[in-house]
Write a protein that binds this ligand. Structure first.
Ligand SMILES: [Zn+2]
Length: 107
């Protein structure tokens, strides 16, 4: 599905792994990337979560993502972007990134 191509995505872990409770990434194809995470071939953190039996799920997706936007989102702090953890954005609609814009914005 096109809506899951070239996205940034935020994973929330049910329990903290060390100091981390989130993973923020960029994927050219999110369903492929999630399969990699599930099978232990994604990121170190999701592999660790799988190993420890800690559940995780994608809680946000930003369309029209890029590695640059991924870096920018990371600099904002994943916890503050998480609908489960942020005291700022709880119950707000998801952030979307319009095509051609380098910066995420609330819509
Ligand atoms: Zn969270």
């Amino acid at each position: 599905m096109d809506e899951y191509r070239n996205v940034c995505y935020l994973i929330h872990f049910d329990e903290p792994i060390g100091n981390a409770q989130h993973y923020l990434g960029y994927a050219s194809d999110l369903s492929v990337r999630i399969s990699q995470h599930r099978s232990g071939h994604g990121a170190r953190l999701t592999g660790r979560a799988n190993f420890l039996g800690i559940g995780w799920r994608v809680v946000r997706v930003w369309r029209n993502g890029s590695p640059a936007i991924e870096r920018r989102l990371k600099s904002m702090g994943a916890a503050d972007l998480c609908p489960h953890c942020s005291r700022y954005i709880r119950n707000l609609p998801p952030v979307t990134v319009e095509k051609g814009q380098g910066q995420p914005s609330l819509t």
